[in-house]
Design a protein around this ligand. Sequence first.
Ligand code: AMP
Length: 208
Amino acid sequence: MNIVLMGCPGAGKGTQSAKLQDEFHLKHISTGDVLRAEIASGSALGKQIAALIDQGNLVPDELMISMLEKIVSTTQRGLIFDGFPRTVPQAQALDEMMTRLGRQISAVVMIDLPESEVVKRLSTRRLCKQCSKPAATATQATCECGGELYVRADDAPESVKHRLEVYRAQTLPVKDYYQSSGKYVEINGNQMPDQVFEDIKTVLEKVK
Ligand code: AMP
């Protein structure tokens, strides 16, 4: 089973991917995490990527597609694509790549969340440097795994505003791209994470 998980920034893609990975024994590919790892390596490429991400802009399609192909072609397990595709050319490249590798997308799950909720969520979000999961409470000093918590530079209000504009302009057309495929399904993301997970699970049980 290979799942594309879509949703605006802060919709809960990372949280749900972690749960789905365990439930369905899939490999979670977060392109945001892949890019942040490149930045953390201190490479010249990482510096260029940081400049784009911190402003809330997308990394060029060509680079994203080649980064993703390396991971997909070396992983036999079912995959969860979290944060990819973010543009129509990326969606087309993913289809082409999957066909070439003899694989297919089983479902495209959109986690739907109103923008007012996005701004609220991201303005208080703290993530773990070690496991990437968000802190469960506003007051805890460290993550449950012991990792240090931090605030993403691109969760600053100006960046979030721009990320939402980019999402509307470049990523929402991906929804149209998938809607006619018969594999597209929308889930209400404005619920407790466990309920969102139950809803996604119900959908995925049918395509397993
Ligand atoms: P995320 O962790 O998914 O919120 O991604 C953080 C940032 O990484 C995004 O705001 C983009 O700048 C960049 N990014 C992640 N995935 C992609 C992608 N598929 N295409 C272009 N840029 C991406």
